[in-house]
Design a protein around this ligand. Structure first.
Ligand code: HEM
Length: 134
């Protein structure tokens, strides 16, 4: 090959964040996946949501096959300017409700799980004694 190696800053890479022009940063390498958006088995939207940041973790978390990894070469356009390498950011699904910060409801459930059978047992014994005494 021997073509020129382009080096891009994170800001430059981040500008390519649309369905008409989409670049990804994976393992310090820059990939132009615009033509792949429609063909990506995981959909174009996930690729677009990984633009403008280090998409390495997003790419790795999916457990892409070696076939998928081999495809990377096809889209390679250059490297990131190492002084602008961002922190890796993951696509973390927001499953944790923000307002559920105390653990007290979990404790109440456990307490009830313990107390309710005890109360039922207490009633049964009580009724038995009551029946005997009359
Ligand atoms: C240039 C980068 C990428 C290439 C060449 C690529 C290629 C592929 C290929 C070939 C598959 C099919 C399964 C496999 O062979 O592993 C796949 C699946 C998938 N990819 Fe990617 N991918 C890229 C980037 C990403 C990124 C950044 C994400 C996440 C944000 C992602 C999310 C997924 C998901 C969720 C699937 C699973 C789809 C399914 O099985 O329903 N991919 N990708």
């Amino acid at each position: 090959m021997g073509g020129e190696r382009s080096v891009y800053t994170l800001a430059e890479i981040s500008e390519h964040n649309t369905s008409k022009d989409c670049w990804l940063l994976i393992d310090g390498k820059v990939y132009n996946v615009t033509k792949f958006l429609d063909d990506h088995p995981g959909g174009g939207d996930v690729l677009l949501s990984s633009t403008g940041k280090d998409a390495t973790d997003d790419f790795e978390d999916v457990g892409h096959s070696t076939g998928a990894r081999a495809m990377l070469d096809e889209f390679y356009v250059g490297d990131i300017d190492s002084t602008t390498i961002p922190e890796r950011t993951k696509n973390i699904p927001q499953t944790q409700p923000q307002n559920n910060q105390d653990n007290s409801s979990g404790f109440t459930v456990k307490l009830l799980q313990f107390l309710i059978p005890l109360i039922i047992f207490g009633f049964a014994v009580g009724i038995r004694f009551y029946n005997k005494s009359i």
